[in-house]
Design a protein around this ligand. Structure first.
Ligand code: F6P
Length: 195
C-alpha cells in the first residue's frame, strides 16, 4: 500500500516570532529540518519512482521541499495556510489585546469562526476537497508539505476524526505523519526528526 507523508514546513521566521499567516522564509532550525526531511524522503521512497511532492504556494513550504531531489513537485493554492484575514501577521496576544471580541468568538467556536476577510476551518475543509480527491486517486506515494490548519483537516479526513476535533488536533513542527491505507484500515506512524 502507498503511504501518504504529511508534514508542516520547517520552522519559519514568523513561527519564531509567534506571528500567524504571512509568507516568510525558514529559521535556522527550519532549514535543518528541510535537509533532514529530504534525507528521510530519499531513503523512505527510494524504490518508488513515481512518488511526488506537493507543497502550498507559500515560500516556507517550497523552501522546505527544495533539498528533495528526484521527484516531481506540485504547488497547490488549496494547500495554503488558513487565511487569517485582518489578523494576518499578528500574534495571538495582539489579537486578544486589539480585537478582544474576535479573540473570544474564535475561542468559543474555533471550527466555524471566520476571520474578518479571511477563512474558517470549515472554509479550509471545503477548499481541500479537490486535493483529497486527487490524493485518493494517486497510486504512488505523496509527500504533502503544508501548514498547521490545513494538515489538521487532511489528517482528520484520513484518520476519520470527528469534525469538531479538527481545530485542536496536534500537528507539531518537524514531525512526519505517515498514513498507510490498507485492507485492515488506516495505519499511522509519526517520525519526529528533531526537537
Ligand atoms: O502559527 C502557525 C500557523 O500556521 C498560523 O499561520 C495559522 O494561523 C495557525 O498556525 C493555525 O493554527 P490555529 O488555528 O491553532 O490558530
Amino acid at each position: 500500500p502507498r503511504p501518504i507523508l504529511l508534514t508542516r514546513h520547517g520552522e519559519s521566521r514568523d513561527n519564531v516570532r509567534g506571528r500567524i499567516g504571512g509568507d516568510t522564509v525558514l529559521s535556522g532550525s527550519g532549514e535543518i529540518y528541510a535537509k533532514k526531511l529530504a534525507n528521510f524522503v530519499e531513503k523512505r521512497l527510494k524504490s518508488e519512482r513515481t512518488a511526488s511532492i506537493w507543497t502550498s504556494t507559500l515560500q516556507r513550504t517550497i523552501i522546505t521541499a527544495s533539498p528533495i531531489f528526484g521527484f516531481p513537485k506540485i504547488q497547490w493554492r488549496a494547500l495554503d495556510e488558513i487565511n487569517a484575514g485582518v489578523c494576518d501577521g499578528m500574534t495571538y496576544e495582539e489579537i486578544k489585546r486589539n480585537m478582544p471580541e474576535e479573540y473570544e468568538s474564535r475561542k468559543k467556536d474555533k471550527l466555524s469562526y471566520r476571520y474578518p476577510r479571511g477563512e474558517s476551518y470549515l472554509d479550509v475543509i471545503q477548499r481541500l476537497e479537490p486535493v483529497i480527491i486527487e490524493l485518493e486517486r494517486q497510486r504512488a506515494p505523496v509527500v504533502v508539505i503544508s501548514h498547521q490548519a490545513v494538515l489538521r483537516a487532511l489528517y482528520a479526513y484520513f484518520a476519520d476524526r470527528p469534525l469538531k476535533e479538527v481545530p485542536h488536533i496536534e500537528v507539531p513542527l518537524h514531525t512526519i505523519i505517515e498514513i498507510q491505507m490498507g485492507v485492515t484500515g488506516v495505519q499511522e506512524k509519526r517520525y519526529k526528526l528533531m526537537d
